[in-house]
Design a protein around this ligand. Structure first.
Ligand SMILES: NCc1[nH]cc(CCC(=O)O)c1CC(=O)O
Length: 326
């Protein structure tokens, strides 16, 4: 059985291929042969069952889910933050890899103009914007991102700034920034660092809370494929799996898979889990936050409990607003 070649499905972007190669190397280190299978688009797939019946949802993960269910690949490698909280029927998580940087990163044009604002740690948006020299002394920046979470958090802090839309994979987005008049654009640090494209003119946004599971890679396999599951589970990182599980429980309990400015970060220190989460209105004007620390062996329901508390403390109003706007 050890000579079976595990087929690793990946999308074709540089980042996706890097992540899939990482999994291939891990399998190889554990004595398993594997090969990459490039899955192009949904168009070339022969499948009779309507997607909604299979519960296939995510735009980034759908074609790989279908390839898995059609037995064209044995495992699929995803950025966990792109994976809908509800996995399709018949697909399970085989491993979550040790998390890289969870942070959001601002790539900027002019250091002098942008960096003091990006750091901006001496004031907190609405709380003290009157007495902050930063809040009043700078011209509004134009920042590019297509993430409603990043947009809402930036506008919450800097209400007079301008957010421009920026789509595409990380390579395209960097090029678009270079060709634009924008002051900067926001990326996941992990995405740029993995493929060696983090520019020198970039800075981490320590005040910005990441997307649930940002920076973590997940391996999915068919539920009945014990061989693939056991092979990949050898490099499952228990702490990352626990933290991203809490973050995704929080997301699911708040608004299911809907596209909403929801952020979450769980981290482990000694024997405790620290959790921070928030939900913002689309324009960034409204914000509700939650923070909790519990013992690690008491953290099972932390995501759901934090979501419930957040809903009771201003989160529900914001969630309703967003549902209404749809
Ligand atoms: N939404 C696209 C996406 N999905 C995963 C990453 C980067 C890697 C990660 O966050 O794990 C990115 C790029 C980005 O957000 O800039």
């Amino acid at each position: 059985m050890m000579n079976k070649v595990i087929r690793i499905g990946t999308r074709e972007s540089q980042l996706a291929v890097w992540q899939a190669t990482q999994v291939k190397d891990l399998l190889s280190q554990h004595g398993f042969a594997a090969e990459l299978v490039y899955i192009k688009s949904e168009g070339d797939i022969d499948l009779k069952t309507p997607l909604y019946e299979m519960g296939v949802q995510g735009i980034f993960t759908r074609s790989l889910d279908i390839a898995l269910l059609n037995n064209r690949i044995d495992i699929a490698v995803h950025s966990l933050k792109d994976v809908p909280t509800q996995l399709p029927k018949g697909i399970v998580t085989a491993a979550v890899l040790k998390r890289a940087s969870y942070k959001d990163l601002l790539v900027y044009k002019s250091e002098k103009q942008v960096v003091p604002i990006a750091i901006g740690s001496e004031w907190e948006g609405e709380a003290s914007s009157q007495d902050s020299p930063l809040a009043t002394s700078h011209l509004p920046l134009t920042i590019a991102t297509s993430s409603i979470r990043r947009k809402a958090q930036w506008l919450n802090r800097y209400p007079n700034h301008i957010i421009e839309n920026l789509r595409g994979n990380v390579n395209t987005r960097l090029q678009k920034l270079a060709d634009s008049h924008w002051n900067g654009a926001i990326f996941a640090a992990a995405g740029l660092e993995r493929i060696g494209l983090r520019p020198a003119h970039s800075i981490e946004l320590d005040w910005m809370l990441p997307a649930p599971a940002q920076g973590a890679i997940v391996v999915a396999c068919r539920k009945d494929d014990q061989y693939a599951f056991e092979a990949c589970h050898l490099f499952n990182d228990a702490h990352t799996a626990l933290c991203t599980g809490i973050e995704r429980d929080f997301l699911r309990a708040l608004l299911g898979g809907c596209s909403t400015p929801i952020s979450a970060l769980a981290s482990i220190a000694d024997d405790t889990v620290h959790f921070e989460g928030n939900i913002l209105s689309l324009d960034g004007k409204e914000k509700a936050s939650i923070e909790k620390t519990v013992a690690i062996n008491n953290s099972n329901n932390l995501g759901v409990i934090a979501a419930k508390e957040l809903l009771q403390n201003g989160g529900q109003v914001i969630a309703d607003q967003i549902q209404h706007a749809k």
